[in-house]
Ligand binder design. Sequence first.
Ligand code: ZN
Length: 283
Amino acid sequence: MALHRITTSTWGATFKRAKLVYTAVVRPAITYAAPIWFSPAGAEATKNNLIDKLNKIQNRCLRTIAGAYKATPTPLLESETDIPPIRTHLAMLQAQHQARTKNLPTRALVKKACKRIQMQLQGQRGRQRIRKTTPGNRKEAWFDSLGIDSTSRQPVRIQIRKWAQEQWTKEWEEHRDKIPPDKRPTAYTNRMHPSIHDGLTKAESSLAIQLRTERTGLKAFLYDRKVPNVTATCTCGHPRQTVKHVMLYCLDRSDRTTFLGRLGLIDFYYILSNKDTLLKPLR
Ligand SMILES: [Zn+2]
């Protein structure tokens, strides 16, 4: 895959660049003409196995962009890269398309012609029932149900983006709430502003995401993933070598007091959610 080649070549595309390749080249290709084939709701809802295939492609790309471990949960991969689930993105494309074509004169013309044909057919076949709802009608009805207000001062395009963002947040929170609060890595506690990656090298971005998702080369994670011949014990003797342990408590990290002293705080989640503090332990 092109994206993979770009990011793993010797110079290594940064997070920002790799993400741009995905959103500007790969995603438009895999969602091409989506308003025609994708239906967000009702009986015509697009089959899950097609969406699953697109999901797999997107996941592979997001892992490459993030430099994240395979074990990183998809919702975290999406929130850390700030790229919505593919189904949400497809629904947004459909909504934008509906908004664009809603009041076009051609649509009214087509509708009128369809109606005339329908009436003629009804006339010929007597009382034979003609299907009234078409997939096109259903997509329109779906769009009308979103509550987009074309008379609002806020542009429709922005309203649709907001709607998609809300859908995403709702799903993401449902996923998060299934994980016990004490087992949630930083990435679930504080969502990070994507600009945090500005100016970071690829390695720094990857490490930041690995620390925030706790999917990293530390021994507690490797042990949980059942990597052979690995124990969860830290070099200092602590039973679990986690991100939090290494950053805040490990006796073997003599530089820790130095960087924590420099930070002047030990709010773990804060450290891993702000660019200034995140970079210090990385560098
Ligand atoms: Zn330790």
